[in-house]
Design a protein around this ligand. Structure first.
Ligand code: GDP
Ligand code: FE
Ligand code: FE
Ligand code: FE
Length: 195
């Protein structure tokens, strides 16, 4: 129940409580499933399962903050003003990591980067980044056309899973006439070679 020393200032039970406080039950349960899925993928890919679990548990920590709160952080911290053209879907990861630093005093950049990249990915993603990105997509509560294929590909080859998710998300967004965050396209192009 204890994490390795100095990684974060909480026990596992305390961290779970911090996340639970900020989310409704449905979103909290999703975070618990992503934690577990991330630990499994970490074990399969020889990544530190403790960091994967923490990043998985925290990935949607800021999901239920108001637009006002996000806009305030983007402005105060002089983050890329282009972010202001998007919304919660993009902010809760990229900007959400700031809430984790400021409120939870967690400063491990590997964990924070995995949270930042969990929705849109990035051209360069560490194994930990890839694990959290994929765990969010294939956790057992997910049910959408193609999820079983996503699970199969990801367990067979993590990088192929990253490309599959990026491509499917892009297809879905275009089909539904949603705006594409430029970073999503950057990820898609960069991960072509993994397919
Ligand atoms: P969740 O937080 O567990 O629901 O999952 P994610 O953080 O992965 O994704 C949140 C939402 O962002 C999903 O509905 C995605 O389809 C959406 N999303 C991902 N990329 C983009 C993008 O480039 N533009 C827009 N508008 N939405 C996106
Ligand atoms: Fe998310
Ligand atoms: Fe995701
Ligand atoms: Fe999520």
């Amino acid at each position: 129940n204890e994490y390795q020393e100095n990684l974060i200032p909480y026990t596992h039970a305390q961290l779970v409580e911090k996340v639970k406080e900020k989310l409704d039950d449905k979103r909290f349960e999703h975070c618990l499933r992503v934690e577990k899925q991330a630990i499994q993928l970490a074990t399969e890919n020889e990544v530190d399962p403790e960091k994967a679990g923490i990043a998985g548990l925290l990935h949607d920590y800021a999901k239920q903050r108001s637009d006002h709160d996000f806009i305030k952080v983007i402005n105060e911290k002089q983050m890329d003003p282009e972010l202001l053209d998007y919304g919660n879907a993009i902010w809760h990861g990229v900007v959400g990591a700031e809430f984790i630093k400021d409120e939870l005093h967690i400063f491990d950049e590997e964990i924070l980067n995995a949270v930042r990249k969990h929705t849109v990915g990035a051209a360069y993603m560490t194994k930990l980044d890839q694990i959290v990105y994929m765990a969010d997509y294939i956790e057992p509560g997910r049910d959408f056309p193609g999820v079983d294929k996503a699970r199969q590909i990801t367990h067979q080859n993590l990088e192929k899973g990253v490309f599959y998710q990026t491509r499917e998300t892009l297809k879905y967004l275009i089909e539904n006439g949603r705006p594409i965050y430029p970073g999503t396209i950057v990820t898609y192009n960069a991960w072509q070679s993994a397919q």
